[in-house]
Write a protein that binds this ligand. Structure first.
Ligand code: BG6
Ligand code: MG
Length: 219
């Protein structure tokens, strides 16, 4: 095992509530139905894909000009909410795991669909903590396409088959599997295809990840 890649939203920090509130506010403004169920379909996918999903569910078609305006509005509302983020929003267990990986000389990366990754990392004080950050600003294909994770491996000169991904969303799990990586699911949502599921990162360590990696890939 040579590289651990973390998704950001839902793995390192919980921004789900802010995404929900921003989409809900946009949806209300345009008389579109939006619910927690629809919100859960948006995890891991790019902002533009999210809007397409919301419009599809509502059977609504909009021009590309209107779509751009809606995306901008959603992001303005979302970024306003992000200003409340701080180190206290880092999810339980992450900092301990990060430190353990560093002590064991394992490089760490971020593989996120979010274009707000640099802003979020700065707000939570982790903007200098990763060996590489690949986010929505650097990719052409959103998860479940494997591009984001393959780029992390490529940038650090690692074999994708020797990488481990932590993900909370089905689109991200599918991306990690498609990249040939070992995938650990985080959270309480059912994630099909993961090599292991944990509710939080609290009990994770280099040793636990490495032992699982050996079981899965080195039999
Ligand atoms: C992912 C979230 O991390 O980023 C998605 O899980 C979100 O819900 C996507 O749509 C894009 O985020 P942003 O910050 O670029 O709008
Ligand atoms: Mg996520």
């Amino acid at each position: 095992m040579e590289l651990v890649i973390f998704d950001l939203d839902g793995v390192i920090v919980s921004t789900d509530k802010y995404h929900y509130e921003a989409w809900k506010s946009l949806a209300d403004e345009h008389s579109l139905l939006f619910s927690h169920e629809i919100n859960s379909m948006l995890r891991g996918v790019s902002r533009a894909e999210c809007l397409k999903i919301i419009l599809d569910v509502n059977g609504r078609v909009v021009s590309s000009v209107d779509s751009s305006k809606m995306l901008l509005k959603k992001n303005t509302i979302y970024q306003d909410k992000l200003h409340a983020l701080s180190k206290n929003d880092i999810l339980p267990g992450f900092l301990k795991l990060l430190n353990d990986l560093k002590v064991n000389n394992i490089p760490v990366a971020i593989g996120s669909s979010s274009r707000n990754t640099p802003l979020i990392l700065k707000k939570i004080g982790l903007d200098r903590s990763f060996d590489t950050v690949v986010d929505g600003n650097c990719i052409d294909n959103s998860k479940p396409h494997p591009e984001v994770f393959l780029k992390c491996a490529e940038q650090l000169g690692k074999n994708p088959l020797k990488c481990v991904v932590y993900e909370d969303a089905i689109a991200g799990v599918d991306a990690g599997i498609a990249a040939g990586m070992m995938v650990i699911g985080v959270g309480t949502e059912k994630l099909t295809g993961v090599h292991k599921m944990v509710k939080t990162l609290e009990n994770e360590s280099y040793e636990i990840i490495n032992n699982l990696y050996k079981e899965v890939f080195e039999v």
